[in-house]
Write a protein that binds this ligand. Sequence first.
Ligand SMILES: [Zn+2]
Length: 358
Amino acid sequence: MNRVGLTFNSNHHLHDSLMNGYPCPENPLRIKNIMEYLKNSGLIDDENCRFYDALPASVNDILRVHTQEYVELIRTCTKDPRQSPGNDVYVCPSSFDVVLEALGCVLKAGDLVVSGECRHAFAIVRPPGHHAGPDSCSGFCIFNNSGILARYLREVKGLERIAIINIDAHASDGTYDAFEADTNVLCVSMHQDQKTLYPFKGFIRDIGVRPALGYCINMEMPTESGNPEYSLFYDEVVEKVLDKFNPQIVILECGFDAYYKEPLAKLNLTVDGYYRIIFKLASKWDVVTLLEGGYHEDLGLLASVVLRALAGFENVKDDVDQIDLLASRHVKTRKEFNNNLSLLKSRLEPYWGPWNRS
Ligand SMILES: [Zn+2]
């Protein structure tokens, strides 16, 4: 079995929109529920899956991705709760301390894997990060957790090939903005069709800019896509591109909002769908998993599924097989998916083709 290192930012509850007087789906209950579930799951032990402490990151770590001006904007906003630094982003007086601790957990997760202490890691942190670009933020994200980790691994640990894979329902637009011209970092985002979901970015045609054309991949998953579509995309594109890129580490932007119970999106992954993707990744590559979105009642269950997949344990039984069947029978969804897949493959042919099955 693989040893899996876990980190979480214990001060996350100090980042809470209720302090500003209004509720938000991105709230402390998310991690509270995950931690309670994992505590009772029987998965945490010294042998296979254990928690590690982490020191807070520094502002210099944030500056690996974000501009000084943007960092100052966030600081300023924390002093005045009436100010928001971006669309659907709140900050409160302790938010800066919370994000530094969250980033410390993210960097520690990377350290655990690079040092060989753990085969894989899972940083259970909030706020999420993948919508935050170098000088902007949106969608509950303040700083780009995965991007800062990738730059840290590149600049401090000397890694040359890092892959960032987004399975959150929303496009990983902040990560794209940070790495669109970077040939050391491959970014793959599979997300709900950007015509139907925030942030309305992440088109198939967006493949990065010179000199990194082809190093950003955006797959538009039609609404109602589920386990069969995700599996097909993984097998036919993700696996082949990863094999050619040969990353030294994979950072997984793991949002739980592609789940069939998610109120903010319309995708149909089940526990089995999540398990299959993460198990396949972890069987071949060293994976640092970062919590991104997910706003329903099963976050704890899905976090346990992540641990099972990373550790190499069997999955819990999926009691919603019918969702799989429904999704695969959804003719319109499958037709759109096949069209998108063909379009994506032809767009990426010069960089990662030929796509013939081996
Ligand atoms: Zn999301």
